[in-house]
Each structure stands twice: as C-alpha cells, then as structure tokens.
Ligand binder design. Structure first.
Ligand code: PA5
Length: 447
C-alpha cells in the first residue's frame, strides 16, 4: 500500500477494545474543536490548512532562492532552535546519504546547523571550519528574539562579512521570521536581506512546512513539492470530513490517551534506521512541548534500534512498566545489500548468507516488538512504504493532527509553551539583561 499505515493490534495487552472505543466521543469532540477553532490556542491553527494553501508559485520562489545558495555556496548554515531547527534537520538527515559530508564532491551545499545550542566549542569549531570556505546563512527565528540563534548569527554574519565584504554578504543571508515584529525583522529592514514570513498562526513546532523547513530542505537537494504533496494527501484523510475509521491521527491520539489513562505515562518512539534519529527529535518537540503542561502529559522519549537495544533495551524490557512504544517501520529501504557467503564461516553467519541486511533488521524489529509486548509494553506501529519526501510529508501531518487531537483530549492547550519561559527568565536575570534588574536581585539571593 502506498500510504502511511497504523497498527494498533498490540496495545490490547493493556487496554481493552471497549476502553478505546469508549474514548471515541472525546476524540470526535476534540476534532470538532480543532476544526471549528473553538478550542484553546485557536489562533495557532494555521498548520491545519498549510499544505492545501501552499501554492506552486510559492514553492518556485523557495526553489529559486535555493538555486542562488547552490550556485554561490559549498556550505549553508541554518541558524535556529526548536521548531526553527528540528523539522529541516529531520528531513535532511532522513534523506541524505549518511556519508555525504565526508565526500569530496557534492551536488548541493552541505547544510550545517547553528544556534540550536550555546556550546562555545561547537560554535568555535564551526567558525574555524568555515574560515576561507564559500558559505551562506539562513537565519530562522519566529520571535526574532531567541538568544541561542541570535548569538550564532552575530558570529557567523561577522565571519561572512569579513570574508566576502558587507555588501556581498547581504546576498548570502536569508532571514525567516515574523512579518512585522522582533529584532530579526528590524535587522532585515535595515540590511535589506531577502526574507520569508512565518505566518502568525503557525507555531514554531508546526512550522516545518513553511519556509522554516522548506528552504533548508530544498537547498539540501530534496523535493519540497513532494513533501507538501504527502502532507496534503494526509490532510485529506484525517480531516473533519473523515470518519474515525479513516482517520489514522484520531486513532493514534485515542490509543495514546487510553494507554495514558491506564498508567502508561511514557511513550518511546523507536526506529530501526539511524537516519530517523532526528524524526524522533522533531516528534519529541512536537508532542513534549504541546502536551506537557498543567502538570500532566505523556513523557516522550526516542530510541534508535537496534543500537539502543544494547543500552536502553534492558529498561524497556524489564524496567518500571509505565511505558508504551511506538515504532516507525519502513517497508523498503532505498538500497539492497545481500549478506555474502564465507567459505570458512568462522563467524557462523553462513545461515544468513544470501539474505538481505534488511531481512535481518526486520526480524530484529519483529522479535523486539514481540518481546516488548510479552514484557508488558504495548506497541503501536506506524508503517511507511519508503523513506522519501512524500511519506515524510504524510508522517509530519499525521503527527501534527494527532497531537492537536490528543492535546485537546488531555484538556491542555497544545499550541502554547509557557513553561519554556522559566529558564529564559532565570538566564536573563543571571546575565543581568537590561529590564531584568528586579529578577537579578532576587535570583542572586538564592545563590
Ligand atoms: O515550538 C516553538 O514555538 C518553540 O520551540 C520555538 O520554535 C523555539 O523556541 C524557537 O523560537 P523562535 O523561532 O522564535 O526563535
């Protein structure tokens, strides 16, 4: 089948079918709330119609900007954090050759990421690496005032200007930010950088299908039309017009909430392909930041398997029984590799000779799922036919819709993130930011 599929058959070791069914009216009410715009956070529902509203001419504009970077740069640094970072990183990691950056020739610029941390070593090493290289910058911040990317941009802009001159640097910088507000918009207005707008009604973690994700993904050489097409097709099957039976996002949201109410407070997203690591990071942000509020919400963790079976595998199998697992399974990898036969067979592996590596991986996946179910860990499977732009687009929209429904079922506002301010306020007070004098005085008394 050429679409994302959902398998819930292995959750019934913990919840009954009747218990899941009983939640359906709540699910349907949440969908209704989302589409009528009557729920909390209703000013952040732009993501609902984003795939449908993205026009060909808009995508062409992004592609034309990407062409300039491709012609002028060997490296492009995408600066941003949270929702202004993870979507692009997830797609680029999932679709790139794992060893692309080690190759001596590239069809497209190599994407680097900055501003997603405040590591002095990371930034120093990036600046050292970029010295003398042809590079460009995409500066992404919806608020335009986030500290981490602002620091990174100050350094990278300075290096670029030193290398190519102030005027030429302006042509190698693109900003993606709010239409009117924020320091980044002020900078755009002053310096005349090319810029794209993040719509007001699309929150950071829902912004991967805006220029925030589309421009870096396009520069890296991937087909953004297919990404949007995948999301659009998924939006047609998880909308208000679809029945519960058709709506996979609704079924996933319902299953998660049924499990949560049975004491399964942690959801582990597992993959069996290392390229999916950052899809897990994107998912953690989407669900963690959307649901973890009012002192409730499923805690989101992610593991890369089989790698982490040799570390966290023990905990998943026999630790506290407060978890359920969601596996992203890929039907067909993009390469074929058969295990060779060996005359001496000293490693005893000849019983696998002729089999594909993916067959071994699939048996590891099946064996793991069965073992986890036996160990009391309910298991959900999300199947993608292949790893490509189209199915990742489907996956993004599937999860976005699921978190909107699930957040309302949990009775939280899935579209704000008030808790993120706490660390910022303390950091600003400790750094004596102008305007934080009272907070500085108070926090210093605690130390
Ligand atoms: O989901 C969110 O809104 C956040 O994670 C933001 O994406 C993150 O804090 C970065 O914000 P900004 O794009 O304003 O720099």
């Amino acid at each position: 089948m050429n679409t994302l599929r959902l398998d819930l058959s292995n959750i019934y070791n913990v919840v009954t079918r009747a218990e899941v069914e009983a939640l359906k009216p709540e699910t349907e009410k949440s969908i209704e709330k989302l589409f009528s715009g009557k729920g909390p956070g209703n000013d952040y529902l732009g993501w609902l119609t984003l795939p449908e509203e993205t026009t060909e001419s808009f995508l062409t504009d992004i592609q034309n900007t990407a062409k300039i970077f491709c012609a002028e740069c060997d490296y492009v640094v995408s600066i941003g954090i949270g929702g202004s970072y993870l979507g692009a990183k997830a797609v680029i990691e999932a679709l790139s050759d794992s060893f692309e950056s080690y190759k001596s020739k590239h069809d497209c610029p190599i994407m680097l990421f900055a501003g997603q941390n405040i590591g002095e070593d990371y930034l120093t090493e990036m600046l050292n690496f970029l010295k003398g290289k042809r590079f460009g910058i995409i500066n992404i911040s919806k608020s335009g005032t986030t500290t981490e990317p602002a620091i990174a941009f100050r350094f990278l802009k300075k290096l670029l200007e030193e290398q190519v001159g102030k005027e030429a640097a302006k042509k190698l910088i693109v900003a993606i930010t709010d239409e009117k507000k924020g320091a980044l918009r002020t900078l755009v207005n002053k310096e005349g950088y090319k810029s794209y707008i993040i719509p007001d009604n699309v929150g950071g973690r829902f912004s991967v299908l805006t220029p925030v994700g589309l421009l870096p993904i396009c520069i890296a050489g991937f087909d953004i039309s297919k990404l949007i097409k995948g999301a659009r097709d998924m939006s047609h099957s998880v909308g208000l017009q679809n029945s519960y039976e058709e709506n996979l996002s609704a079924q996933y949201a319902t299953a998660r909430n049924a499990l949560y109410r049975k004491g399964k407070k942690i959801e582990i997203l597992a993959n069996f392909h290392p390229k999916l690591h950052y899809i897990g990071e994107w998912w953690k942000q989407l669900f963690g930041e959307s649901e973890g509020k009012d002192y409730k919400g499923i805690f989101n963790a992610a593991v890369d398997l089989t790698t982490d079976l040799h570390s966290m595998g023990q905990w998943i199998q026999e630790g506290e029984r407060s978890i359920f697992e969601t596996v992203i399974s890929i039907d067909a990898p993009n390469h074929t590799l058969n295990i060779p036969s060996d005359e001496e067979n000293l490693d005893g592996l000849n019983y696998l000779a002729g089999k594909r590596v993916d067959e071994v991986n699939k048996m590891a996946e099946l064996g793991t799922r069965l073992a986890h179910v036996d160990g009391g860990v309910p298991n959900i499977v999300i199947r993608l036919p292949q790893l490509n732009e189209y199915y990742i687009g489907q996956l993004f929209y599937f999860f976005e819709m699921a978190v909107g429904i699930s957040g309302y079922m949990l009775q939280v506002n899935p579209f704000n993130q008030p808790g993120v301010e706490a660390y910022k306020n303390n950091m600003f007070a400790l750094l004596k930011k102008p305007g934080y004098e009272k907070e500085t005085e108070q926090i210093l008394k605690r130390l």
